[in-house]
Design a protein around this ligand. Structure first.
Ligand SMILES: *Cc1c(COP(=O)(O)O)cnc(C)c1O
Length: 419
């Protein structure tokens, strides 16, 4: 039972978990026995429709048969060689063929490592030290990324800057998302090596770039000879095969990837112009290494996932289901006269209560997160798992078909009517 496991876990792990957002499910997280398609099966015998999907990576749902077969095939050939393997060439070629800014790539093991490395590359390339990031953007759990970061820390009211040296903090400049005036001022007054941005904010709930924001970042960084880094760890291969950069037609200098490109196994990558990526060791002077970099299992899962995305209508199914879910939610909330904002793009959305507009982290924090949590909890009672935290995103996938959607709509109708 989840309750017993939780009691044990509290003795073993800080706060009972190994990543904070998992503890946001109350009174304790449900433990998962197995998963398949759009469903999670808990150790307590419950079946849940999953709209969290590992917090983003599982764009084909759980245990997609083609991906599973490719992982097993690789597993039977060994899973770590300490030397290159053919599958890393294949995944690199696939990613480079789809992501407009990618000429060369370095594989690492997480989105965290990817952004940490991208920032180091920006410093190595420009010879400058400072980084500009946006309030509430999340780039993983390393020191530079955590200055004014979004994600679960917001949920627990903890500053993400605790434990980070002032020396590091002072190299990170912060602007509000969608505030180009601030960006211009910082680029003018500081020696900025790179501007890192989530082209769509997916770690403060969902927040979209205003028209002209990404284009403005591109122009400004170009005119100040600063690198533009898109953190596409969520959006890469979710907004379409060419990511947010293809979707908005704004091409950054460097792109960080993760989540979907590993098909549910640990992965990260930095891609970009050859002249920048070539600065990495061993061809260049900026160091990176990793025992598990380009590990064959993640590579195999990634190739298989992208192959499915190339040949099946995953994007349509994922978009249609997110659309149906969010539209139903909207209609029901309006009928009840509840104040809310719903932000959505393609297969991802989030609802904020008590606010009429959410265009940056400050506005997101003003939303009624306890009301959101109640909705999450009631949905869970009805067999639908949406994130327990206001500051995460509701994700759909290629396996959220009309059957799954219908069950979801029934649940949401019940929940909102009874609120
Ligand atoms: C999840 C995420 C990361 C961190 O990736 P991990 O694999 O969890 O280290 C970085 N950037 C963004 C935008 C993310 O959503």
């Amino acid at each position: 039972m989840s309750e017993n496991l939780w009691k044990e876990a509290l003795k073993l792990f800080a706060g009972g978990v190994n990543s904070p957002v998992r503890a946001a499910v109350k009174p304790y997280p449900f433990y998962v026995e197995k998963a398949e398609g759009a469903y999670l099966y808990t150790v307590d015998g419950k079946r849940l429709i999953d709209y969290v999907l590992g917090y983003g990576p599982l764009f084909l749902g759980h245990r997609h048969p083609y991906v599973e077969n490719k992982i097993i095939e690789q597993l039977q050939k060994g899973w770590l060689y300490g030397t290159p393997s053919p599958i890393e060439v294949k995944l690199a070629e696939k990613i480079i063929s789809h992501i407009p800014s990618a000429q060369k790539i370095r594989f690492v093991n997480s989105g965290t490592e990817a952004t940490m490395l991208a920032l180091r590359l920006a410093r190595g390339y420009t010879g400058r030290e400072k980084i500009l990031k946006f309030n509430g953007n999340y780039h993983g759990a390393h020191d530079y990324g955590l200055v004014e970061a979004g994600s679960a820390a917001t949920e627990f009211n903890v500053s993400t800057s605790n434990g980070i040296p002032a020396l590091v903090r002072n190299t990170v400049e912060i602007c509000e998302y969608n505030d180009l005036g601030c960006v211009e001022k910082k680029l003018k007054n500081e020696d900025i090596a790179g501007v890192i941005v989530e082209p769509i904010m997916g770690n403060m709930g969902l927040i979209l770039p205003e028209k002209g924001f990404l284009e403005g970042l591109r122009e400004l960084t170009r005119s100040y000879n600063t690198l533009l880094i898109f953190d596409e760890v969520i959006t890469g291969f979710r907004l379409g095969l060419s990511g947010a950069q293809g979707y908005f037609n704004v091409i950054p200098d460097l792109t960080t990837l993760g989540k979907i490109i590993g098909g549910g196994l640990p992965i990260g990558a930095v891609a970009g112009k050859s002249e920048i990526i070539d600065l990495l060791t061993p061809s260049g002077k900026v160091f990176n290494a990793g025992t598990f970099n380009a590990n064959p299992l993640s590579m195999a899962a990634g190739v298989a996932t992208i192959e499915v995305l190339e040949r099946e209508k995953v994007y349509d199914t994922a978009r249609d289901s997110a659309n149906a879910f969010s539209e139903e939610l909207k209609t029901l909330l309006e009928k009840k006269g509840i104040t809310f904002t719903l932000n959505r793009v393609e297969s991802m959305f989030q609802v904020f209560f008590g606010v009429r507009e959410v265009k940056n982290a400050t506005q997101a924090k003003q939303s009624d997160k306890s009301f959101y949590f109640r909705v999450h909890q009631k949905m869970l009672e009805q067999g639908v798992f949406i994130p327990p935290s206001q500051f995460e995103v509701i994700f759909s996938s290629g396996v959220h078909n009309s059957h799954i959607v219908n069950a979801t709509l029934e649940a949401v109708k019940k929940v909102i009517t009874e609120l």
